[in-house]
Design a protein around this ligand. Sequence first.
Ligand SMILES: NC(=O)c1ccc[n+]([C@@H]2O[C@H](COP(=O)([O-])OP(=O)(O)OC[C@H]3O[C@@H](n4cnc5c(N)ncnc54)[C@H](OP(=O)(O)O)[C@@H]3O)[C@@H](O)[C@H]2O)c1
Length: 268
Amino acid sequence: MLLTGAGGQLGRALAEEFAGDGVVALTRAAWDVTLPPPPGLEAGSLVLHAAAWTDVDGAEDDPQGTAAVNVGGTANVAALGVPLVYYSTDYVFDGRKREPYVESDGPNPQSSYGRSKLHGEAVAGEQAWIVRSSWLFGATGHNFVRTMLRLAAERDEVSVVDDQRGSPTYVGHLAAATRQVVHLPYGVYHVAAEGEASWADFAEAIFEEAGLDTRVRRIATAELDPPRKAVRPAYSVLRSEKGAPELPHWRAGLRECLAGIRAAGERE
Ligand SMILES: NC(=O)c1ccc[n+]([C@@H]2O[C@H](COP(=O)([O-])OP(=O)(O)OC[C@H]3O[C@@H](n4cnc5c(N)ncnc54)[C@H](OP(=O)(O)O)[C@@H]3O)[C@@H](O)[C@H]2O)c1
């Protein structure tokens, strides 16, 4: 089994989940997926493709660079000719619905990142599970939980948008669910945490669970100064109508993530 993007937050969780299954975990240094695979690479029987360009605002400035990774890179992985899991995103939807998006809903990405991920789905090939998830967070890497904890150390109040709703999903739960996904027929599956929240709700929960008294000022996306370059969906809760594995509630994921961050801090 091969894993791409092993240095990312989901990649690390997958490397941990599949450590006992002989997974070969490749960071960008081991395989830059915009290039053909390194000579002698054994594809094995399954590829978990977690490498991606994930800088959503940066993608607006460099759509071609984004596509090189998310589309060209996925085509290179598919060319290995073995079944693959391609991780995709809620940002393939425009966010105009007010009830959860299911697999049969039509995508309509509003950002360069969202378009590249949708195009990546199309080049993943016939032998692929397309796993769409949302608002990923884990104990390592760049994510909202770690950003909020850093800001809480600097200020008493943090302004957070309250008009975007989604399902914050813990990477450990998504990695564990991947085991079940690969027993389903190939196709698109929505795999995100139970429950929903706005970013402001999520920030409040982070401070509460971490025992911090930092306040959250709820703002509208339009109030962000400077504005973000990429448009995000106002609503992007994902649910499955196809029997995809159900994940624990995002708040349970948050507790596990914070426990992981604390344990890492104690080891340092
Ligand atoms: N983050 C989210 O909220 C979210 C939501 C839904 C779906 N997803 C999807 O879930 C997957 C994992 O995301 P994540 O949050 O774990 O992202 P991440 O932490 O940014 O990890 C992505 C990894 O891909 C690597 N990478 C970038 N370009 C590469 C290239 N050309 N060749 C090889 N590796 C490359 C990055 O390496 P460097 O660190 O060296 O750049 C990084 O280690 C992605 O497919 C993403 O689109 C993410």
